[in-house]
Design a protein around this ligand. Sequence first.
Ligand code: FAD
Ligand code: DHB
Length: 393
Amino acid sequence: MPEMRTQVGIVGAGPAGLMLSHLLHLRGIESVVLESRSRDHVEHRLRAGVLEQGSVDLLCRSGVGERLRREGLRHEGIELRFAGESHRVPMADLTGRAITVYGQQEVVKDLIAARLAAGGSILFEADVVRLDGLDSDSPVVHFRRDGRDEELRCDFVAGCDGFHGVSRGAVPEGVLTTYERAYPFAWLGVLAAAPPAVDELIYANHERGFALYSMRSPEISRLYLQVAPDEDIAAWPDERIWAELRTRLETVPGWSLNEGPILEKSITPMRSFVVEPMRWERLFLAGDAVHIVPPTGAKGMNLALADVALLGDAFAAWYDEGRTDLLDGYSATALRRVWRAQHFSWWMTSMLHRLERDDPYESKLQIATLRYVTTSEAYARSLSENYVGLPEV
Ligand code: FAD
Ligand code: DHB
């Protein structure tokens, strides 16, 4: 059976796995990334779009921010729409920081290009099936490629394989504690060839459910609708989507959205999920493999990048100086940011979605919260500093 060897074996070529591989390379540490899907698939998988200031800084500082600087859309505020009113939250004025709209698949493309240009090793269509020897100093990643079984031997394994990956399941039973919450709704997301009618994102609370107006470029809009968790996408022809978006977003006199051909649509279930600790022996878990947030706070990809920034430093301290303190502290340090984002995402989700069919009390509380957040500078600053990302948590 073919066997390879590297220092850090990385499972998954999403933002977490690719960024970790890139950061390790900058510190002179070797890695191999194993990805079950094709390069074309991961480069075109439509997902998140909002980068916190800290994520932008990390990408730029590490030398992969050239296209992001050119094509990313810097946003200094967001709009909250409810009860027939629209209010801007001036995030940059309140925090001194901003967000950048840049698609996750663009981040993935930039990272893949940088790794390959530097001679890095990313094996696509390599499906990891099992991790062994995680409690030894020479763990083995077993994977299948071209119908053959292969092995990657390494010093450490980074499990960056998302919620449905295999890494988390390699930890013996009884070690991990799971904290989770399911929500009784999902998001229907569409990408449309329509110039966005706004410069900033709109988060709308409507009696028929939440809607979000976002974008990818001056020509492409990205929009989301709250739908039932078991919603059938076939029940949503384009005209129904536009009609529902108009109802939920065109609530301010004289304002209308721009329509155009829908290029893609999909439904994403919503959950909050954390597993602790984020490490077992020589396995380090990062990103969606250990925590999921509902997308309302736009935190998923940012958390994945923040995890691997810590891991990059921790592996460097080990390889350069034989230090174990950062590896030992990884889980506790990362979990502080994870839980801040868990709370923020849950809070934004609860404030903006229709939670139960007939709960007028809940709706009144939501409007009271939205009024407070759009009139109190203190509350608006609290929302803003979480949204643009807290440097320290
Ligand atoms: P991922 O991006 O999931 O990467 C994991 C990688 O591991 C994948 O490429 C996968 O193919 C690979 N993999 C899995 N199993 C194996 C295996 N056995 N062997 C080898 N490779 C494997 N966040 C937002 O903020 N806003 C959004 O609008 C939003 N929309 C989303 C829509 C969907 C459908 C999903 C699933 C997530 C969405 N998110 C969103 C969350 C955000 O995209 C994630 O938080 C982010 O992708 C996390 O990055 P990651 O690298 O940890 O995981
Ligand atoms: C986008 C996604 C989010 O989850 C969010 O809160 C804001 C924007 C987006 O895909 O553009």
